[in-house]
Design a protein around this ligand. Structure first.
Ligand code: MN
Length: 488
């Protein structure tokens, strides 16, 4: 086991047991403040460790690395140092934060310069993303979709168990959690209409996904084997694949989604390293039929990361968040049929090159068990005066899903995305937006109340939706956080 992963480690920084950022996690991100330029940070408890400051105080002197990489506005330069450097930096930080180590702990001025409250910093997009690929690798999700939209007896398409199906997405519109998105407009053609009309989407949702970030490039013509794949992956983020389904259903034949997806995707600001996730490796699906040799792999390559989506209601007419959070679904990253290693091997088997910072998302992650959706509460939305959307928790029972589950109010319908009869689910659909776009729901994926700063709302209230999602692993939790604002 890597030393930094030792579950017995404790930090001298107080970290709540509920925190997503115990000393065993130490995810990397980019932040700035009013007085500090964009730079690399590492999360610990409610703090962020400023790696520029840590380097300036000489704490990285023993590591043979170029400290300039920490002063960048993206992790790419740091990632380019290579896996031994990522590992050495994380181990060194783990040491510095260890309760038994006085080097930083005892230095008041250094502590003050190196540690900032997360609530006092602004998180930025963690990497410069050259290319973005979205897979479709959850068998339960693909099966549920097939049952709902095609033939229940032959839910999976013939290629699905042979190929990690994917498509190339749009990198330019990937934004960090918290960045407002605009409600997309496009061509809409309801099933009963003869010709399309133009307008704003009425069927927007996001797919709860996990994305991995490429950490080692390849040259055009090169391929990455499943055995080598892990050395090409820096870490994981949570990824919200926003999707306008009414635009998608009209445009997607024959080449797949286009404007229904490329208006925006959200990623969490913190990148959890593969190293940190090593203790959570679990066995994957038995793949039957047997895959082609270039897709074979050995060992436990799936990762046990709990995923939940909850709704954090509501915004009152005064704009204050005042609701209770309600978990509406559970899933787990371990329910991936195709592993990251297989995805990357397949992606490059034809010689397609990859670059540092490329993002590859999993596809919607649904689980196999009927009970893997545990709806712990109920949420109902309705519009009140001035078009503010208010959620009222625990009004009606949330229907268990077979097919789309939904409940509605006159203007609002919320639907699980893609649940089907087995409902590990992973996504939420909000139908029927308020057109004056006032506010606000919040989706997020985590069990615990948000220990961080509440999202700030725009003063002009044209933010009509806040989607928030987060995922965390089994104890000690590993976390990705993603907040998204969506506005008309
Ligand atoms: Mn997707």
């Amino acid at each position: 086991m890597l030393k930094a992963n030792d579950p017995s480690l404790r930090s001298w920084i107080p970290v709540s047991p509920d925190s997503d950022f115990p000393i065993q996690n130490l995810p990397f991100g980019i932040f700035k403040t009013a007085h500090r330029s964009p730079r690399v940070g590492v999360a610990i408890g409610e703090f962020v460790l400023d790696l520029v400051a840590v380097a300036e105080f000489g704490y990285f002197d023993a590591l043979n690395i170029n400290k300039k990489v920490f002063g960048s506005d993206a992790l790419n330069d740091f990632i380019a140092l290579g896996k031994p450097a990522w590992r050495a930096v994380r181990e060194r930080i783990s040491d510095l934060l260890n309760e038994k180590n006085m080097a930083l702990q005892s230095q008041k001025e250094a502590r003050k310069q190196c540690l900032l409250l997360q609530s006092d910093v602004q998180m930025l997009l963690p990497v410069r993303i050259g290319d973005y690929t979205d897979f479709y690798s959850s068998i339960d999700h693909a099966t549920n979709m097939g049952k709902m939209f095609r033939d229940p007896a032959n839910a999976l398409l013939p290629n699905w168990k042979h190929i990690p199906v994917g498509y190339h997405g749009r990198a330019s519109s990937i934004v960090v959690s918290g960045t407002p998105l605009h409600r997309p407009k496009g061509q809409l053609k309801p099933a009963d209409a003869e010709v399309p009309t133009f307008g704003a989407t009425k069927l927007l949702d996001f797919e709860l996904e996990v994305a991995f970030i490429i950490g080692k490039p390849t040259k055009l013509g090169d391929s990455i084997s499943t055995a080598e794949a892990e050395n090409h992956i820096f870490g994981l983020t949570l990824f919200n694949d926003w999707s306008a389904r009414d635009i998608q259903s009209w445009e997607y034949v024959p080449l797949g989604p286009f404007l229904s997806k490329n208006f925006g995707s959200s990623t969490s600001p913190w990148v959890v390293t593969l190293d940190a996730l090593e203790p959570f490796r679990v066995k994957g699906y038995t793949q039957d039929p047997k895959v082609l040799p270039y897709l074979e792999y050995s060992g436990d390559r799936n990762i046990d990361i709990n995923l939940e989506v909850s709704i954090l209601p509501a915004v009152s007419s005064s704009g204050v968040e005042n609701g209770q959070e309600t978990v509406v679904c559970h899933s787990n990253y371990k329910y991936m049929y195709w592993t990251m290693e297989q995805q990357l091997a397949h992606h490059t088997v034809n010689g397609c090159n990859v670059n540092i910072g490329d993002m590859m998302a999993s596809g919607t992650i649904s689980g196999p068990e009927e009970g893997s959706v545990s709806v712990s509460g109920n949420v109902r939305g309705k519009f009140c005066r001035r078009s503010k959307l208010i959620y009222q928790p625990a009004v009606t029972a949330f229907p268990r899903a077979t097919g789309f589950s939904s409940f509605s109010s006159p203007n609002f319908l919320m639907t699980h995305s893609c649940t089907g009869i087995s409902s590990g689910l992973s996504g939420i659909q909000l139908y029927g937006f308020p057109f004056s776009a006032s506010c606000a729901s919040s989706l997020r994926a985590c069990v615990k109340p948000d220990p961080f700063r509440k999202p700030s709302f725009s003063s002009n209230w044209n933010t009509f939706r806040i989607m928030r999602s987060r995922s965390c692993a089994v104890s000690p939790r590993r976390t990705f956080r993603s907040i998204c604002f969506c506005r008309e």
